[in-house]
Design a protein around this ligand. Structure first.
Ligand SMILES: [Zn+2]
Length: 171
């Protein structure tokens, strides 16, 4: 009898000891998915006011996605990573590039030779900073991703030079 009681006691203690862990886990998961607009399946165009984006994106993602910033070269772990999966827009979840289309260009930013589909990306002429370039934006939420250049490898000859901060790798 004593054994059973001590067993029950252990169980209840165990349950007690587990509950704080559980709530911490929930908390961290909650903060990671505070962006309620992020969806890897919803294909509808996403148009939000900058004030709303500011609330749901981290300052780093916001600065690049919405203010067309550029991350420091060689600062993204994605630049040389060989991880297999699909790279999504970190702002809205739109699938953008497959890891099989990734190559090491040495330019300092994650580089791809083709997007998942033609409509994953929007192309915009960019003549800022005295250069003639083509800006690429997310086809779903128009987040600034980077630029595309015509010095990439076969089969496309294109180099999509993308800020790693606005990519989210789903394995
Ligand atoms: Zn997007």
């Amino acid at each position: 009898m004593y054994k059973i009681i001590s067993c029950l006691l252990m169980l209840s203690l165990g349950a007690c000891a587990q509950s704080p862990n559980k709530s911490t886990l929930n908390k961290s998961t909650m903060s990671e998915i505070k962006n309620k607009f992020y969806s890897t399946t919803n294909k509808e165009k996403l148009v939000l006011a900058d004030s709303v984006w500011k609330q749901v994106l981290s300052p780093e993602v916001y600065q690049i996605a919405r203010e067309k910033g550029t991350e420091r070269p060689f600062s993204s772990a994605f630049e040389t990573s060989k991880e297999v999966g699909t790279f999504h827009c970190a702002a809205c979840g739109n699938p953008l590039f497959k890891s099989t289309a990734k190559f090491e260009s040495g330019c300092g930013w994650p580089s791809f030779f083709e997007p998942i589909t033609k409509s994953s990306i929007i192309y915009i002429p960019d003549n800022s900073h005295g250069m003639v370039r083509t800006e690429v934006e997310c086809g779903k939420c128009k987040a600034h991703l980077g630029h595309v250049f015509e010095d990439g490898p076969p089969p496309t000859g294109l180099r999509y030079c993308i800020n790693g901060i606005v990519l989210s790798l789903e394995k």
